[in-house]
Design a protein around this ligand. Structure first.
Ligand SMILES: [Zn+2]
Length: 101
């Protein structure tokens, strides 16, 4: 990734202000026109999580917790708030060789 294609400066992913809110919470965005296939609830929300695979964005029914979708994050998600500086660097030739085997 070149500097021109980056939309979020790398400093924004490792430097951030101390929270000023008394309580920290995650905003769960309501997904319009979504319906849970398991329980037919329309209370389906999308929000960031961390599970055993790492940081993800999940779309989940709030009535029965059925997972409708889960994807890896991109920088624009600003989740997690801190990314390794080298996260989207090109993999070295030595690392590419190791992955092919
Ligand atoms: Zn449901």
């Amino acid at each position: 990734m070149t500097e021109k294609t980056k939309t979020v400066p790398w400093t924004d992913t490792i430097l951030y202000q101390r929270p000023e809110e008394e309580y920290i919470s995650v905003k769960r965005e309501l997904v319009a026109d979504a319906q849970c296939p398991a329980c037919d609830s329309k209370d389906v929300r999308r929000y960031p999580i961390v599970n055993w695979m790492g940081a993800r964005i999940v779309t989940k029914c709030q009535a029965c917790f059925h997972v409708l979708d889960m994807r890896e994050t991109v920088r624009e998600d600003k989740w997690p708030p801190y990314w390794p500086v080298t996260h989207d660097w090109a993999v070295s030739p030595a690392e590419q060789g190791r992955r092919r085997k």
